[in-house]
Design a protein. Structure first.
Length: 261
């Protein structure tokens, strides 16, 4: 309880300073850690209950409520020290029943700034008759796991991952259908109308091309017919004038002979 009051006193004393100069706040030294320590948890609370309480200040990525382990070490040795933690074995909560958590836990936010809100607003809060202690964690360590060689090492990834599940590719169509239901009822009609108009435009363009091609062929046919008629006329004229020319030439030759004699 003294630690809870001390955190509250520090927050109140630094409130005016932080408003004018945020970098002077004591929270600033923990701006590289998105984890908080939660003490004084009622033993019946589950990870889901803790997420429900603390998610009002940001998206929660990881939550860890250590369970009973007779061979476990102190809090600081396992997961890193809370900012104002003073290790006193007599003050550690006594678990109630097998499998219950030890009355404290660690929680990670997606945005580090959420830790400041949680510490300022939830420290000293009463939950089921117990007073919560919320504090920053300087260097959180993941719970130890057994590696391939049988040695206990700190996990590289979050074991108690509380991040929301990503939507798989199989759910994409459902999401699209849901978004389609929220669209303007006239959107589908207008879209269909645009498609229909485009189809008609393509048909009109094709018809116009065919019509131009037909007119071009028709003009070519007319020119060919005219050319044929002209050729026939020239041929006929040649046939009619050729005997006459020959006759005239013969008469002229006869006259020339007579004149010579």
């Amino acid at each position: 309880m003294n630690v809870v009051k001390e955190i509250a006193r520090i927050n109140k004393a630094e409130l005016d300073i932080a408003i004018q100069n945020p970098s002077a706040s004591w929270h600033q030294q923990y701006n590289d850690s998105a984890y908080i320590f939660i003490g004084g948890l009622p033993y019946d609370l589950t990870e889901g209950d803790v997420i429900t309480i603390f998610s009002q200040y940001g998206e929660i990525i990881d939550v860890n409520l250590p369970r009973v382990n007779p061979n476990s070490n102190s809090i600081s040795n396992q997961h890193g020290s809370p900012a104002t933690y003073v290790e006193k074995r007599s003050e550690q909560p006594k678990p109630v029943g097998k499998g219950k958590h030890r009355g404290f836990g660690f929680l990670m936010y997606e945005d580090q700034r959420s830790t400041v809100l949680a510490v300022d607003n939830l420290n000293g809060t009463q939950v089921l008759g117990r007073t919560l202690r919320v504090d920053h964690v300087a260097a959180y360590k993941q719970p130890k796991v057994v590696d391939d060689e049988g040695n206990k090492v700190h996990a590289d990834t979050k074991i108690y991952n509380a991040a929301p599940q990503l939507i798989h590719d199989g759910s994409t169509q459902n999401s699209i259908d849901h978004e389609a239901d929220l669209e303007d009822p006239m959107a589908a009609y207008l879209q269909g109308k645009r498609v229909e108009d485009k189809g008609k435009a393509r048909v009109d363009d094709e018809w116009e091309k065919q019509e131009k091609r037909r007119r071009k062929e028709e003009r070519a046919s007319i020119r060919a017919q005219r050319q044929d008629r002209r050729s026939k006329v020239d041929t006929d004229m040649t046939k009619k004038t050729r005997p006459r020319d020959i006759g005239l030439q013969g008469i002229e030759m006869t006259n020339m002979i007579k004149t010579t004699k």
